[in-house]
Ligand binder design. Structure first.
Ligand code: SF4
Length: 82
């Protein structure tokens, strides 16, 4: 499936432990990546790191909307947190 556009839920909901542009320590779950613009598009899209490039949208993670994606990814994050 294609990403919702705009979305950015995968740049907000999950914890990212790898370095991101302008966030060298990654980011906690539920915190916006600083590289998202006001429309939730990545301002570093061409330079986004491997961790971002490897996320593929699925119905399981993204549902039918940004709101679905934020909820589903947050639920997965909580369920897999050790
Ligand atoms: S660098 Fe871009 S694609 Fe990666 S989490 Fe941040 S906004 Fe999203």
């Amino acid at each position: 499936m294609k990403c919702h556009d705009p979305c950015g839920a995968c740049c907000i909901a999950p914890e990212i432990t790898s370095a991101l542009p302008n966030m060298p320590d990654g980011k906690p779950a539920g915190i916006r990546c600083v590289n998202l613009d006001s429309e939730n598009r990545c301002m570093e899209y061409e330079k986004r790191p491997k961790v971002c490039r490897e996320f593929n949208p699925t119905e399981y993670t993204c549902g039918d909307s940004f709101e679905d994606a934020l909820r589903l990814i947050s639920e997965l994050e909580a369920a897999t947190k050790s």
